[in-house]
Design a protein around this ligand. Structure first.
Ligand SMILES: [Zn+2]
Length: 50
């Protein structure tokens, strides 16, 4: 299982609603809206602000 970095939900890689590659790493999302939010401000969701 992967963790959706936007909403912190567990996402099964094979069933993810959306994926993106950022800095060489694949991220999985529960919904297209989470992907859009991540792509808009990826650093916000990658721990730089907690
Ligand atoms: Zn999500």
């Amino acid at each position: 299982m992967a963790i959706d970095p936007v909403c912190k939900m567990q996402v099964e890689e094979t069933r993810a609603a959306a994926t993106t590659i950022y800095q060489g790493k694949t991220y999985y999302f529960c919904a297209p809206g989470c992907k859009r939010a991540f792509e808009k401000e990826p650093e916000k969701y990658l721990g730089k602000s907690g």
